[in-house]
Design a protein around this ligand. Structure first.
Ligand code: PLP
Length: 387
């Protein structure tokens, strides 16, 4: 039995999505900017997808800009807003210290061009307290970017409260909802943000498709310049098949969100309880209540996470040490570090993320296999317990 518990890295396509991507690739090959039948067919396909993504966010279709994924949506949000706001003299950007690299490295790039940047601390549970933002924000702040749900620990941030503070100071509010969209309700008006990123491949859509929601009236400069695509906000001939796949994934997620969240969180809770019960020296990292339903991040005392990950892989079980981008390195997780966890604990933690095709048999298989692997690795380790 192979077990895939790495849905936060990426997800398998839903069967309807795979069928749509294949069909549209075959049958809808026109350029959506063309006036003739073939172009209009492509445009209509994109319009359907735009409406489905808008419904997922309780937004208006005209506010959706398709991108190549979450990374590009984050770049467009931050660079596009920064460039548009620059003439006002504001030159300060704020993000949380636990953002994805798509946000953190974009801020670093802008810092090299003279922007002042501030990273907000999180508490021990991985949450940004609104008072932290109050302390950091000033009249120079152009944009605040805080993720809706964290990719490593799944914690959900108080976005509405943070957005209210950003707006009190005349700053724009962006949230990276790549790990929440499709999993929990995401309502752009209730969140009170100006910009919101999502990515299809995190909720059973294809890779290389995503969207930035831009609240109507928000001033933005495009980061990819060229033709007049996407209402002048993102140039380039659109990947219609992938966008159609994103639309179907969004519609599927909207349709079964409550039931699927209940099913997946029951599996996640069973897995978490089973691991804590069967494996001594284990602890859950991050808030356990304000969390997306599919994620748990657990530290295993006296075990190198990378070694446990490889041992699990040899048993056919796929998990992660955190964000996929930093796997393959022994870098401690910047998220767990920002939460103030001990250096040992930042390197002995594994992320289990479940989804559409996860089953109770898979959960029970992991609970059965883990104690033996952990015991074996602890037997090989002479390192004293430091956490
Ligand atoms: N933001 C978050 C929170 C993510 O988890 C990811 C993917 O890991 C991204 C952004 C990047 O999205 P994409 O892979 O679509 O570029």
């Amino acid at each position: 039995m192979r077990v895939y518990f790495d849905y936060n890295a990426t997800t398998p396509l839903a069967p309807d999505v795979a069928d749509t991507v294949a069909r549209v690739s075959r049958e809808v090959f026109g350029n959506a900017s063309s006036i003739h039948h073939f172009g209009q067919q492509a445009k209509a396909t994109m319009d359907d997808a735009r409406s489905a993504v808008a419904r997922l966010l309780s937004a208006d279709p005209s506010e959706i800009v398709f991108t190549s994924g979450g990374t590009e949506a984050d770049n467009l949000a931050i660079r596009g807003a920064a460039e548009a706001v620059e003439p006002t003299g504001r030159r300060h950007l704020i993000a949380s210290g636990i953002e994805h690299e798509a946000v953190l490295n974009t801020l670093r790039a802008l810092a090299r061009r003279g922007w002042r940047t501030t990273l907000l601390d999180v508490d021990q549970t991985g949450i940004v307290a609104p008072d932290r933002l109050r302390d950091a924000i000033d009249r120079d702040t152009a944009l605040v970017s805080v993720m809706h749900a964290n990719n490593e620990i799944g914690t959900i941030q108080p976005i509405a409260a943070l957005a209210a503070i950003a707006h009190e100071h005349g700053a724009l509010m962006h949230t990276d909802a790549v790990q929440s969209a499709g999993k929990i309700p995401v309502d752009v008006r209730a969140l009170g943000v100006d910009l919101l990123s999502l990515s299809a491949h995190k909720f059973n859509g294809p890779k290389g498709a995503g969207a930035l929601w831009i609240k109507r009236g928000t001033r933005m400069q495009p980061t990819v310049t060229g033709g007049k695509h996407e209402r002048n906000r993102r140039a380039g001939t659109e990947n219609v098949a992938a966008i159609a796949g994103l639309g179907v994934a969004a519609a599927l997620a909207s349709g079964k969100m409550a039931a699927e969240a209940a099913r997946v969180s029951a599996l996640r809770d069973r897995l978490e309880a089973g691991i804590l019960r069967e494996v001594p020296g284990t602890q859950v990292n991050g808030a356990r209540d304000a969390r997306v339903p599919n994620t748990t991040n657990i530290s295993f005392e006296r075990v190198e996470a990378e070694s446990l990950l490889i041992a699990l892989d040899l048993e056919g079980i796929a998990v992660s040490t955190g964000s996929a981008c930093s796997s393959g390195t022994l870098e401690p997780s910047h998220v767990l570090k920002a939460m103030g966890l001990s250096p040992h604990r930042t390197q002995n933690s594994l992320r289990f993320s479940l989804g559409m095709f996860s089953t109770q048999e898979e959960v029970d298989r992991v609970i059965e296999v883990l104690p033996r692997l952990v015991e074996k690795l602890r037997g090989l380790t002479r390192r004293p317990v430091t956490a």
